[in-house]
Design a protein around this ligand. Structure first.
Ligand code: DX5
Ligand code: ZN
Length: 219
């Protein structure tokens, strides 16, 4: 079963509570939060306070994508804010293994995000500590970018890698960046089971969210 999570980066920030309620009733399976620090990536977005404020407004799984460096000092705060998963980039700190274990110890799902240029072998010695791999099909930092077609081959190899290296449990493969009704079928065929979509979900305003999510699901 493919799960679809709207990236709130494309929502109307003047009314985030309404926006998450709207996508939840439009059929979203989870909510994706893009946390950016203006240093690891050029943009600057939200921190734990915003996630905490919105937590009571929505019972869906909160998927928190941390594009911040250093990441370690903020893990506790994001966990306490109500994140269900914390996804880190391996480039964002020197002790990725320890960070992942900490996330799990806090009772959260632990994830690794792979930039388009990050090789799969960064997963070699941490595979036992991850629940989800977020494959970036654009360079992180902005919504509305074009899907990088070469990443389709990477998705295939990643699915094989995960099945080979963790044969006894299913690790989620989530794709983020440039997901739309044209790219989604290729991404799923390549082996992803979770899709993050910003532009494609929030396009044309609140009356279209259900239609947009439906279109992705049908695709
Ligand atoms: C990019 C973010 C994505 C982004 C996706 O750094 O990680 O989650 O919001 O946006 P679209 O779907 O517009 O490519
Ligand atoms: Zn993201």
């Amino acid at each position: 079963m493919v799960k679809i999570g709207p990236s709130m980066l494309s929502a109307d920030f003047s009314k985030l509570a309404n926006e998450i309620t709207a996508v939840a009733s439009a059929g979203a399976d989870f909510i994706h939060w893009d946390v950016m620090d203006g240093h690891f990536v050029p943009s600057l977005t939200i921190g734990p306070l915003v996630i905490k404020a919105l937590r009571p407004h929505c019972s869906l799984f909160f998927d928190v994508h941390l594009m911040i460096s250093p990441v370690d000092p903020y893990i506790d705060e994001f966990a306490a804010a109500g994140a269900d998963s914390l996804i880190i980039h391996p480039e964002s700190g020197p002790h990725v293994h320890r960070t992942l274990q900490k996330i799990r110890r806090l009772g959260k799902k632990a994830g690794i995000a792979l930039n388009p240029s990050t090789p799969l072998n960064v997963l070699n010695w941490i595979i036992q500590d991850i629940d989800v791999v977020l494959l970036m099909s654009v360079n992180p930092g902005f919504g509305g970018q074009e899907f990088i077609p070469e990443q389709l081959e990477k998705i295939k190899q990643l699915r094989q890698f995960l099945d080979q290296h963790a044969p006894n449990r299913f690790i989620d493969l989530q794709v983020d960046g440039g997901v739309n009704e044209k790219t989604a079928p290729q991404i799923i065929a390549a082996g992803a089971n979770r899709l993050v979509a910003g532009t494609a979900v929030f396009r044309d305003g609140v009356t279209q969210y259900a239609h947009n999510i439906q279109k992705l699901r049908k695709a």
